[in-house]
Design a protein around this ligand. Sequence first.
Ligand code: NAD
Length: 458
Amino acid sequence: MTREEIENIVAMQKDFFLTGETLDVSYRLDSLKNLYTNIQVMQNEICEALYKDLGKSSTEAYMSEVGMVLSEIRYMIKHIKKFAKEKRVKTPIAQFCAKSFVKPSPYGVVLILSPWNYPFLLTMQPLVDAISAGNTVICRSSEHSPNVTRVMDKLIRRTFRKEHVYDVLGGVEESTMLLEQKVDYIFFTGSTRVGKIVLEKASENFVPVTLEMGGKSPCIVDKTADLKLAAKRIVFGKFLNCGQTCVAPDYLYCDESIKDELLKEVKRQVVLQYGLDPIDNELYGKMVNKKSYDLSMRHLKEDNILFGGRHDEERLKIEPTIIQANFDDLCMKEEIFGPILPVVTFSELDEAINFINANDAPLALYIFSSSKENEQKVIRNCKFGGGCINDTIMQIATHEMGFGGIGKSGMGAYHGKVGFDTFTHYKSIVDKKTWIDLPIRYQPYNSKKDKMIKMFMK
Ligand code: NAD
């Protein structure tokens, strides 16, 4: 796509936004309902594309992508009228006589840049939040999940007028040109490296951004934890989508006294959930491409594999693998985006807290424990985006809480009401009555006015 074509798309959406059509809540509701219907109609096509790009089984594709988008649409359809209403607030007595209200207003043209690992969910969910709030959207989904990108493009063209939602196909070149446009909001999901580029570009035009990035999300298991249950839930969260999940437990950080028992349970769970030969299990995902495959394979050494380690380069498959790690190993320094789970240990919980806080704040943190004191200590003292007590990744599957990181793992959040708020500017308005005009704030001042001002402002 040429620069001129991209400029035309942005201009077309700006013009459309200014017509005010998207301010009408019924327009937004109709768009959401159309999208819902078309996703249902195209559901098999979407799941097939997810299988081609990532080897996702249809159950996993529905559970972690399609179903979550449909659920977000239902939530917005149910709540949008309430969210979009002006909200009356109290007016200070010093402003007599006036009423005050907050008016939810869309930003305008939103740019959504999304990654390949949950390509449908991470494009569609912010899109749903953005159009619910009354914006127009230009999206650019990842070039590394081409089948899903193609199907989404078809879905978007079938559902929306292009001045409302437009899908820009292409690669980094198109993303770069889009970032140079003066849009009204940028929503980015991807790596911290590209997040920095997005933030720099956005700062040139003072465009507000949400950055949803990654990091090393620890999974702490203390000696009071129910190890069988912990293992089951850790294996679920880690090996879903072949470990290519931004909120997956990145590394296992356990009390050294329970390490052997925990690993025994984790291995048992891998076999129970994925079978004795996960590489040939059609319901277990694959690495998205050779580059990702190679990045994960770098962490496997002859002497560090505790379990698993078999792989098939041709099919881009790596089986669920547990490795022994040292804190200065590469696998403890960079985000692992594959089915490799390093294990490190602590002898006191404070060691774990200190280690986590000495590094970049992660997107997620998980603590498995049956000690309320330990749970609270970790939740209170560590800096991280969000997480679970005695579970993994489930913090993202709710409309009632926002999802987002902190520091290098992200800024801003979305999902449900928080998502609506992200794409909404709240105008604060004072509606001053004209039948009275108290003179005390106007010059010239005197001691009487001075006294009254102090009295009113108490
Ligand atoms: P990425 O940063 O390489 O790409 C994300 C998007 O940015 C893609 O659309 C890509 O086309 C675009 N892009 C790439 N290079 C660019 C450049 N130089 N200029 C402008 N745009 C560019 O990320 P990825 O490899 O697709 O995804 C993996 C990363 O995403 C991991 O770090 C993971 O933790 C993170 N992630 C975060 C979340 C979250 O919700 N916080 C979700 C999924 C993935």
